[in-house]
Design a protein around this ligand. Structure first.
Ligand SMILES: [Zn+2]
Length: 455
């Protein structure tokens, strides 16, 4: 029997930190082009509608959510004219009643769709909600400026559209401005249902909600971090899938979580003044956002939110009380910080839409052997693949090996028991997909909610 050499697996690995290929000039160009001034102008225009409450006036041309939605649609149409019609503007809608919608009310989303050149059914989404709230959930007449919640997010969506519509990408990018979030995530549901009906393969929804404040309620000022929330196991997994995940691993490797890792890696690489704090939960504690509706339809989605929230500026009627300024006004938004967070979004969308699809049908084997074998289906447009692994307690992918244009590889001397493994796809131009974890718990394929009842 040959003697064991401890550390053989580590020596066999390439000790490089996770980095998606070579630096991409497109990404550095895009990062430099994000304009804090333009975002400030967009946000000021949104605040100028007085209120964008879901139950506010929809017929006025100057006040209320109807005027605001029509303005956004007009901006997308104008952008489209400057890119030879590259954006299709659609307004999916459904009518809801609920605890916060006493009368049947149309919830209308405004989506601009930039169709991909070679893989148009693969879709990456940036979303934010246009509706706002003052202290009374049911009052659509109160001023509710919503400069940060979520004028900041809508400004980021529109800035992303302005910059990315000047380029062409293999995959489709959707710029989504949603309604009805404050009344119960209704606009998120409208978008998720629309995505299902269109047969979109949503690779990621980056839901930006409250992304422009740097003055935390605790007194901390933080303009160098952003939080990216992601679920660990998938909202829609069936009981049988949960058992398989519990047994083989994958608690921390949903596609949403691997999108969060992808974003952290991009920030480390391209943004010297912004770091991603991955938060390993679907949203803030017992709070919600529109990404939950995408997760409920089985699509990967993350929530992007500022590092330090200020609750005196959320969902509050504008007023001063005992010297405290309440209300979500423009003064509460730090536009240079908002531009940083927007940069992260723009880079992520461009990188995802440029790269091949993450490998599908990834399977892993190697129990009671010295080696680990991974097999996957080819990704259209991939020139090669990279196998990744990390310690089971480590938050980020650490070791990697480029394996060329193959669909199976065996890592000699790397024991399957001791590591978590994944694979990414790399295009001829070096753009690299997120890492996908083996099995249904990690797959970027949609996991329909029906799976929950058919274990
Ligand atoms: Zn919000």
């Amino acid at each position: 029997m040959k003697p064991l050499i401890l550390g053989a697996a580590l020596l066999a690995a390439s000790p490089a930190l996770a980095q998606p290929g070579a630096e991409q000039p497109l990404l550095t160009t895009l990062a430099a082009a994000v304009s804090a001034e333009r975002e400030q102008a967009t946000d000021a225009r949104l605040v100028g509608f007085g209120t964008r409450h879901t139950l506010s006036d929809t017929t006025s041309e100057t006040r209320g959510i109807g005027a605001a939605r029509r303005w956004v649609a007009g901006q997308f149409e104008a952008l489209s004219k400057s890119c030879s019609g590259c954006l299709q503007v659609v307004t999916p809608a459904q009518t809801f009643t609920g605890p916060r919608i006493p009368q049947p009310t149309a919830i209308v989303d405004v989506l601009a769709v930039q169709r991909g050149t070679t893989d148009p059914d693969r879709v990456v989404v940036i979303s934010a909600h246009i509706d706002t709230l003052a202290s009374d959930f049911l009052n659509g007449r109160l001023d509710a400026p919503g400069a940060n919640d979520d004028g900041s997010g809508v400004s980021a969506v529109m800035e992303a559209a302005r910059l990315l519509s000047a380029h062409k990408f293999p995959a489709t990018i959707v710029y989504a401005v949603l309604s009805g979030e404050e009344q119960g995530l209704y606009g998120g549901k409208v978008m998720a249902d629309y995505a299902v009906a269109q047969g979109w393969r949503v690779e990621a929804d980056l839901n930006n909600d409250i992304i422009g404040n740097i003055h935390g309620l605790s007194g901390v000022i933080d303009n160098t971090h952003v939080r990216v929330f992601s679920e660990g196991s998938r909202t829609t997994e069936s009981p049988a899938q949960a058992v398989a995940r519990h047994d083989a691993g994958g608690d921390e490797d949903s596609p949403s979580r691997n999108i969060a890792r992808f974003m952290q890696t991009l920030a480390d690489r391209y943004l010297s003044d912004l770091q991603v704090r991955m938060i390993w939960r679907p949203d803030r504690f017992r709070r919600g956002g529109d990404q939950r509706e995408m997760l409920s339809q089985g699509f990967p989605a993350v929530r992007v939110t500022e590092a330090a929230e200020n609750y005196t500026r959320q969902h509050q009627t504008v007023r001063v009380e005992n010297g405290v300024h309440y209300g979500d006004v423009l003064d509460g938004v730090d536009f240079p910080y908002l531009a940083k967070v927007t940069r992260l979004n723009v880079l992520t969308l461009a990188a995802l839409a440029s790269a091949p699809e993450p490998p599908r049908d990834l399977a892993i084997s190697g129990a009671v052997t010295a080696n680990t074998t991974l097999k996957w289906a080819p990704s259209p447009g991939a020139a090669g693949y990279r196998v990744w692994w990390r310690d089971t307690t480590e938050p980020q992918w650490r070791y990697s090996r480029a394996v060329g244009p193959v669909t199976e590889t065996t890592l000699q001397g790397v024991n399957i028991d001791d590591w978590f493994f994944g694979v990414s796809a790399i295009g001829a131009d070096g753009f690299e997909s997120p890492v996908v974890f083996p099995g249904p718990s990690g797959s970027f394929d949609r996991m329909p909610p029906s799976a929950r009842t058919t274990p």
